[in-house]
Design a protein around this ligand. Sequence first.
Ligand SMILES: C[S@@+](CC[C@H](N)C(=O)[O-])C[C@H]1O[C@@H](n2cnc3c(N)ncnc32)[C@H](O)[C@@H]1O
Length: 451
Amino acid sequence: MNLSLEFKKKYKEILSADDYERFIESFNNTPVSAYRINPLKNTEVYLKTNQDQPIPVSAHGFYGKISGKSAEHVTGLLYSQEPAAQVVAQMANAKGNLKVLDLCAAPGGKSTQLLSDLNNEGLLVSNEISGKRSKVLVENIERFGARNVIVLNETSERLAQVFPEFFDLIVIDAPCSGEGMFRKTPDAMTYWTEDYPRTCAILQREILSQAMKMLSETGILIYSTCTWSLEENEENVRWLLQNYPTLELVNLPHSDGLSEGIEMPEAIRCWPFSYSGEGQFVAKVKNHGKNENVDTISSKPQKKNQKVAFNLSQEQMKLWQDFANKNLMFTYEKQNLQVFGENLYLLPTGLPPLKQLKIARNGLHLGQFKKNRFEPSFALGLALKPDEVKQSLEITSAQFKSYVSGATFSVSTDKKGWVQLLIKENGLGFAKIVDGVVKNYFPKGLRFHVD
Ligand SMILES: C[S@@+](CC[C@H](N)C(=O)[O-])C[C@H]1O[C@@H](n2cnc3c(N)ncnc32)[C@H](O)[C@@H]1O
């Protein structure tokens, strides 16, 4: 791999002679592939035959490659993510009824991992500034099947207006110079210059300042990058601690090849010569009180305990209830239902009104009101477990291949109407059976051919 002289010089100064040599050599090795299994889905069938090695520092991680066309990927059972990236959300330890913000979230690696740990409790606000990338984020979150997440497409400044001191946990997986991705995505090298890390560090400090406005008085903030530069990592963390004296650096574990930060033993560095993965930096800070350096938010702060108003018409409520009674084993709390246009969503609890914000996914999409009927969404059929629906149908691999390409297929069953399709006991959306034919409801934009 052709690394620039400036890049090599930089790391020759930082690393010991031995480590430097191993560092440069590591660029000739193949990038390490890995994935995580989604504990919100049925994992039993997969784990029975899985031979892949677990990643010691990641609760749901395994080494190995998965195909984007596999049933496991399409049903959201597996998420492809290299091993160093899995360290970030693992260190967040997101358990219980927390309000969590993933500020730079697309394509969704950290958000989906946070959702695994939240286990459908609490709230995740998953935000991505780029409109295009936020669409991919929505797809990945939808596949994951969690119910306690909304996706926003916003700047951190605008978020800070709506969520002052709101979050118990904020993850900032910051845009960075991407040095840790050189091996996996060599294109990242083409826009690297000696000054690039410094430029990125300025943007990262702006993002951190906005995040600090949203961190609760006892909140935790995880700061990570996929680069090795000091400017973007330890120097930024030191700047944060100096400017916000109520923050305290938390000691992170350093087992299984995870290294300490440079003159910052509490932080984690993933070096490819020591940890089996790409590059990553992670630091964790805890807040202890009100920070005077958090600027006053210019617009009116949200009133506490403001609730989103219930907005379904009587007719819509009836259509949804009819569908739920006929097809589901339960129904959702009325106050969490929200209608936008013709679409019905299940909003997570505990959110302030989001009127000013660009919403990419307003909670779990339940379906659409059509003339005198309710049609369930693909997302709902992905999210539900088989024991939550009245009718399901396990399909074969051959039927899976034909269904994802948009085809219909015949089945010998006396089931009719809406059924949740299952492959290896995980949902592949709802489909309608009419006269023994499974009609195709796989979204047009997601269809593909499997050889
Ligand atoms: C390292 S990537 C995030 C990867 C993601 N956390 C994951 O695990 O899949 C950084 C993200 O920050 C976003 N970003 C770029 N500029 C930003 C800004 N000024 N404020 C917030 N996010 C920004 C990028 O669009 C990108 O999606």
